[in-house]
Design a protein around this ligand. Sequence first.
Ligand code: GAF
Length: 393
Amino acid sequence: MVSSPKSRHRISDDAKDKFSQVFGGACRIFRAPGRVNLIGEHTDYNLGFVMPAAVDLYCAVAIAPRNDRELHAYSAHFGEKVVIDLEPPGPSPRGDWSDYAIGTAVALENFGYALRGANLVVSAEVPLGSGLSSSAAIEVSTGAALLNIGGHTLDRKQLALACQRAENEFVGARCGIMDQFISAHGRSAHALMLDCRSLDSDLLPIPSGVRLLVANTGVEHQHAAGEYNARRQQCEEGVRLLSAALPGIRSLRDLSAEQLERNKSGLPELIYRRCHHVVSENQRVFEMAEALAQGDLQSVGNLMGDSHRSLRDDYQVSCAELDIMVEIAAGLHGVVGARMTGGGFGGCTVNLVDAREAELIEHELARQYEARTGIRPEAYVLNATDGVTEVSN
Ligand code: GAF
């Protein structure tokens, strides 16, 4: 079990200390959060609706400008430095941690931001590969740091889009916009409902008396990236097949439940199920926003449960460990709702829990999960937090 808030909040200091060891001299520090998604899973790349919250597990970047156009990037986690030149022909992906940082620099330059060279240290406490979006936290913190020392004003939307571009084109993962957007735009004590087509968003207060408990299954399944990209393709195939009968459909976002049922016979069973998840999940995001606004925690819990089952059965991105973790949570007193969060195939569950019982639930969830799986899970009671910011130093 994890992890005292105190130990979690020293990440900026770690980045600073490492900077003085590796490069020496003064630096500035930028910090971007990971995220959980309350509901709206695998809807972002279908240009639908999501409801993430930024959480207080961060990636910190310590940075100082150089007088050339080189980036000297050091990972505190891997203890490794990568040096690249931003001048043409520019860097190529290496297939490791540095792609998130370097790819962000490349994407920002492609967006028209002229950057300076820099020395930088990347230090992350968002657990890697856990579905809490460590990659977006690295991209957004690096991007904000590079923009700042390059003398550019921070446009959070452009930053999020450039970071998504980095991930799509440099890292090679076809993710949607959710993770980078929330890491840039999060707000303390709030979740955010985002329209992934227009990028309009609404802040939704997390009900007082409720805490976010994130529990890590401790498994990360192979082929998750391949399966993720396959789901995207299946959604695109659904749009292609449906658009013969429904010419207005550009993405699954445009499809109603009633249209899907009417045109079901034109779809292979598997594609129908993928579409069914996305259409029903978009609807659940709206119902969740309403339930949160009304303080209707019963409905919040039901919607999270429905979302998990839809991801498990229709979209098939859950796994045995996630299902066990959710099932245990559902049986615990004080749990409002539980579901997998993020891309799936392992990683974390998100639980909304009664604040008075959070520690007890954390303990009991871990105990029962370990008894059933033999895996000792990490769990974090987290706060919804602000998006990327400079940390005073
Ligand atoms: C991952 C992706 F990066 C997001 O864009 C989103 O698709 C999510 O999986 C699933 O909702 O975190």
